[in-house]
Design a protein around this ligand. Structure first.
Ligand code: ADP
Ligand code: DP6
Ligand code: CO
Length: 344
């Protein structure tokens, strides 16, 4: 495929990990310490357009939600474009790009904007620069922008393999995501209790690095997570939602325990998060299958059966938060993988 004159648009949906990725073994290649398992959602997505400019590389323009990107966020996108150009062996390699992105997901709020963002950017930039990548290579490429983005290349339940631990070059080739065999009767949904849609004070990347460097619990976390990922894959294949829910909730709590043990502690759990976790336990005590997961932010996502989504959402909307008021609850179902469209 040659470079697209009108540019390329790609759409990717965010994913929420059920067995978490928390910690890198190589931060340049973004190789994770462990495998992870996720669910891509229909509710949150990023749309990114990449067009090549009549200007030399180094003059890239990046706009997110109508504003020029700056600082560390810009640096990450420029490094990613540099990587794509280095993989493309055409003359366009020297050309700059204009990246225009729109998030239909709060940015940096622990709702996985970096996952949908870098999956969409990988698809749009690779295609704009004439790289013909299969899904697996797109997943490996997206991983280099943000680890969780490797999983957003696919819809539904996904595993991101830790890859070959022998050396970084082998890991780079073998650490990619792929869809998980899923029991056809497994009908899941997620209710998302949005407690704070504002950006987190400490980004996932930095928080993860601090955990790896200073948490004495980190080795125990990595040791158990690989087995959790395998068990979650089994539960998904068997259509066993209670088993999957239990693993997911445990993985989230263990991830937060690991970061709470860092020095200084990394804490995303808020008082309002605990109120939601209590409500999820109450739902379960009342016989409703509901399991909580949390990422790098205070918001709580609740996994349940599709048929129970309304009752779970009603339970969450009935919570009286510590500061007063109720959480804003969004409803999500499994979403699709990366879509790439070349425009004329
Ligand atoms: P989360 O993934 O929970 O939203 P992270 O801290 O992992 O939070 O990632 C947020 C960062 O991802 C932003 O600060 C920015 O660097 C990057 N990001 C998010 N959306 C986009 C986008 N559409 N285009 C480029 N970068 C983005
Ligand atoms: C808590 O993928 O955002 O959401 O690879 O440094 O960009 P970088 O981090 P990111 O980390 C996601 C962490 C998490 C758990 C998960 O999605 O598995
Ligand atoms: Co992220």
């Amino acid at each position: 495929m040659s470079a697209e004159p009108g540019g390329v648009t790609a759409v990717a949906h965010a994913n929420i990990a059920l067995v978490k990725y928390w910690g890198k073994r190589d931060s340049t290649l973004i190789l994770p310490a462990t495998s992870s398992v996720s669910l891509t959602l229909d509710a949150f997505r990023t749309t990114t357009h990449v067009e090549l400019l009549d200007a030399p590389a180094g003059r890239d323009e990046v706009v997110l939600d109508g504003e020029p990107l700056a600082g560390a966020a810009l640096t990450k996108v420029l490094a990613f474009l540099h990587l794509v150009r280095s993989q493309a062996s055409r003359t366009a390699t020297a050309q700059a790009a204009r990246v225009t992105s729109t998030n239909e997901v709060p940015t940096g709020a622990g709702l996985a904007s970096s996952a949908s963002a870098f999956a969409a950017l990988a698809g749009a930039a690779a295609t704009a620069y004439g790289l013909e990548l299969g899904r697996r290579d797109l997943s490996r490429l997206a991983r280099r922008g943000s680890g969780s983005a490797s999983r957003s290349v696919y819809g539904g339940f996904v595993v991101w393999h830790a890859g070959d631990l022998a050396d970084p070059a082998a890991g780079d080739l073998t650490s990619y995501a792929e869809p998980l065999p899923t029991a056809p009767e497994l009908d899941v949904a997620m209710a998302v209790a949005v407690l704070d849609a504002g950006p987190k004070k400490i980004g996932s990347r930095e928080a993860m690095a601090a955990t790896v460097a200073t948490s004495p619990y980190f080795p125990a976390w990595t040791e158990h997570t690989e087995a959790d990922a395998a068990e979650a894959a089994d539960a998904i294949a068997a259509g066993d939602l209670p088993r999957l829910g239990e693993i997911a909730e445990a993985s989230a709590m263990r991830m937060h325990a690991t970061m709470l043990a860092a020095r200084p502690a990394v804490r995303y759990l808020a008082a309002s998060s605990l109120a939601v976790l209590d409500a999820v336990a109450d739902l379960r005590a009342a016989g409703v299958g509901a399991w909580a997961t949390m990422d790098a932010g205070p918001n709580v996502k609740v996994l349940c059966e599709g048929a129970d989504l309304d009752v779970v959402a009603a339970g969450l909307r009935g919570i009286v938060l510590p500061g007063g008021g109720a959480p804003h609850v969004l409803l999500a179902r499994p979403g699709p993988g990366l879509r790439i469209e070349a425009s004329a």
